[in-house]
Design a protein around this ligand. Sequence first.
Ligand code: HEC
Ligand code: HEC
Length: 297
Amino acid sequence: MEPSTQYVPEIKLAAAPSQNRMNRAENKEQLKYGEELIRNTAHYIGFKGTEKQITNGLNCQNCHLDGGQKPWGNNYLSVAANYPQIRKRSGKETDVYGRINGCLQRSLNGSPLDSTVKEMKAMAAYILWLGQDVPKGKKAKGSKIYPLAFLDRAADPIAGKPIYESKCASCHQSSGEGFLTPDGRAFTYPPLWGPLSYNDGAGLYRISKFAGYIKMNMPFGVSHKNPQLSDEEAWDLAAYVDSMPRPEKDKTNDWPNIADKPIDHPFGPFADPFPKSQHKYGPFKPIQNWYETQKTK
Ligand code: HEC
Ligand code: HEC
């Protein structure tokens, strides 16, 4: 079913395994370290990390809320059942380590970790543990990011700015650059743009992902049970934030088959006749319909 404009799911969403089960696990020390790394990533591997200095200072939890357990908070519950998988972005088979490295190099604008490194092993073990009850090949309800319905118009960065000032800037700052902890090692409020934010190859640079994420999770404290942003506000905020400057990633090897690009991936060449600006801000329905028609030809 296509989600309707103000559709908020009433169905029971999948939950993470209990803390008791973690305590009973043979590798519980590793799982606990993995969870700690997801929650406080910057402390260990951020720009002033105690173990390595390889990222921009974001925590995985900034985007994978509650340690990657929150329903519609970009949770990890579907990972164990769906990796390894052939990913269209790389055109290659990707396992959980490769997927974590995707976020390390894009969302955390940093360097990858080898699968033999203690921190990588612990994060992967924890993420796979979270999804242990999901049958192979199935999706956990409420995992990943909520698919927000498309608007009939283009999202508007100019309309997004005043909404940002009134609903987001108190934490993320008008500069978009967030707010550091007193020890300067991590963020109390993570940046949304600028040099320490996610780069333009990251998932949140696609405005559908950004809009779906904030609809169910921002301003901080809301959930899918009590969203505060209208769909239009979420899309316009996404357009505003993703029009601001941020680090650039070399994307030449991404989407080797250009027809596989998500319709809101704003970098050409495209397999369709729509301009770059429409791939960035929409309206997306005409692009979606164009691809549907191609399939039936
Ligand atoms: C700036 C936001 C951001 C940060 C920080 C971030 N991620 Fe992600 N991550 C995403 C987005 C967006 C997706 C794609 C979600 C979707 O497609 O619905 C994703 C997807 C994933 C997936 C695949 C989930 C699935 O079910 O397919 C894994 C695994 C993952 N991230 C691990 C991590 C780890 C580990 C870290 C920390 C080292 C991290 N991420 C930090 C935004 C982020
Ligand atoms: C009350 C403070 C607060 C407000 C207001 C707020 N946020 Fe956040 N935001 C946070 C915190 C804290 C996190 C990290 C959550 C965590 O680590 O558990 C976050 C994370 C994020 C992230 C993912 C991490 C990143 O840096 O990219 C995005 C995107 C985001 N917020 C967007 C918004 C938008 C858009 C608004 C306005 C509608 C907003 N936030 C309002 C506190 C806030």
